[in-house]
Design a protein around this ligand. Structure first.
Ligand code: HEM
Length: 453
């Protein structure tokens, strides 16, 4: 399919997209999204490039064609909204990830300097330290909970780099536990947004609420600690505490709180999940693991890897990219149309909920040869050009593109290149490599035996 313009036609001409059959009474396709979301979203492309599905009483529009998704993400006719973002607001409040319009532009402007590529070399020192500390913590022959370890490392890196909070070590495990519970609960609330159902004091609802309260309390502790120890830091938190709006007023406590939640959540969850998947994929592909270790050892023989080495580690970077393709952490996204509009020749009404899945797009055989194969070499320059535009977008495109993309790529490669040459990781009987569904995707139980190389 070819799309001529990145801005959709203003007139809302066109027909309704086809309605996908097979919805259950009352809850519609929400049933499939709870039972087998990945299979359901993947199969939608067989019904068309843009289709209608029913989520409870609501109709949602699912975009399955990468070019149409790209077109939508670059168009001002669609804003951040819809089931994912409405649900995430419970957690993220009105931070940069959930706001729109003027507020979003102001928040994004404030955040941008902290993510300039030239700042990454400074953050890389923290990344190197934390990666080495992680690799030094394990014992030969013992099993390691890789998901928990990666989460802890990612929370420490984002908090030390952008928020300069030293005491984060004690808090990281609590943040990880609470966030897991919250993300699981949020997924159900997103698919079936029936408010009263979640106010019933069941064990599950109470666990969700306690985890959410704990997370917010932790973030308040971080901000209080920082206000008490302000020693002229130059980080993003300092920037937020110094920022003034157009009337000269500082950001309200709630706004600072919401920003910090967004950063810790966005900065830790996606990175930790990507690393967990990458280590799992390496256990399943020993040849790729061998090549990665050889590459790192040849670039940094007998010494620790540093940020400056990353440019000489093409295979390591390809492994990270391919892991993000086949096992994306953030996998389902939503938007809302601001006015009646047209996408791919179909009419979309105003205020419509739109859904798309990068998991489905990045495993589409129309875009990727041997689409289910873990093949890092597909990202070598001579082959990468074959991938159609927008078919691979783990960091999204348009005005909501992840500001942490360079930060993440450096972090992922540094951790991988520090840990893998030191430890050979292999599954044990308790390892469960199935997929745990939440707002992000995780391996179910990634405990691996660590053996020193
Ligand atoms: C593997 C790691 C990561 C992945 C795959 C990832 C992915 C994404 C994606 C896909 C979006 C856009 C969501 C949308 O279009 O609806 C996003 C937004 C965002 N990400 Fe990341 N991210 C990662 C790491 C990070 C890190 C490390 C940070 C910060 C330290 C971060 C901060 C943010 C923020 C603040 C937004 C909201 C931007 C906005 O709405 O303007 N992310 N991320």
């Amino acid at each position: 399919m070819s799309v001529e313009s990145t801005i959709p036609a203003p007139a809302a001409s066109g027909s309704e997209p086809p309605l996908v059959g097979g919805g259950a009474p009352l809850i519609g396709h929400a049933w499939h999204l709870i039972r087998d979301p990945l299979g359901f979203l993947t199969a939608l492309r067989d019904h068309g490039d843009l289709v209608r599905i029913r989520l409870g009483p609501k109709t949602a529009y699912a975009v399955c064609d990468p070019e149409l998704v790209g077109q939508m993400l670059k168009s001002p006719e669609y804003i951040v909204g819809g089931p994912l973002w409405d649900t995430l607001e419970v957690l993220l409040g009105k931070g940069v990830a959930t706001s729109n319009g003027k507020l979003h532009r102001r928040q994004r402007r404030m955040m941008q300097p902290a993510f300039r590529p030239e700042r990454i070399a400074d953050y890389a020192k923290v990344m190197e330290e934390e990666a080495r500390a992680t690799a030094a913590r394990w014992d030969h022959g013992r099993t390691v909970d890789i998901s928990a370890e990666m989460f802890r490392t990612a929370v420490r890196i984002v908090s030390r780099s952008l928020l300069e909070v030293e005491s984060i070590g004690e808090k990281a495990d609590r943040i990880a536990d609470s966030l897991h519970t919250v993300f699981e609960g949020l997924y159900r609330r997103m698919i079936l947004s029936v408010g009263p159902l979640y106010r019933v004091p069941t064990q599950g609802n109470r666990r969700f609420q306690n985890a959410l309260d704990d997370l917010h309390a932790l973030v308040d502790e971080i901000i209080t600690e920082r206000r008490a120890n302000d020693s002229g830091q130059q980080d993003l938190l300092a920037e937020m505490l110094r920022a003034r709006d157009e009337t000269g007023q500082p950001l309200g406590d709630q706004e600072v709180h919401d920003h910090v939640v967004s950063l810790v959540v966005a900065g830790a969850e996606n990175v930790a999940s990507t690393l967990a998947w990458t280590f799992q994929l390496l256990t399943e592909h020993p040849e790729q693991e061998r090549r990665l270790v050889e590459e790192v050892n040849s670039v940094a023989p007998g010494r620790e890897i540093t940020f400056a080495d990353l440019k000489n580690l093409p295979h390591t970077r390809n492994v990270v990219t391919e892991a993000m393709r086949i096992r994306p952490a953030a996998w389902i996204f939503t938007r809302r149309s601001v006015a009646e509009t047209n996408l791919g020749g179909y009419r979309i009404p105003a205020d419509a909920d739109i859904v798309y899945s990068v998991y489905a797009m990045q495993r589409d055989p129309r875009s990727f040869e041997r689409h289910l194969e873990f093949d890092p070499d597909r990202w070598n320059p001579e082959r990468a050009g074959d991938v159609p535009e927008f078919a691979m977008m783990p960091f999204s495109v348009g005005n909501r593109k992840c500001p942490g993309d360079h930060f993440s790529l450096a972090e992922l490669a540094i951790i991988l290149a520090t840990v893998a040459p030191r430890w050979h990781l292999s599954p044990v009987p308790e390892t469960d490599t199935g997929t745990k569904i939440g707002i992000t995707l995780h391996p179910k139980r990634l405990v691996l035996r660590a053996e020193r190389r």
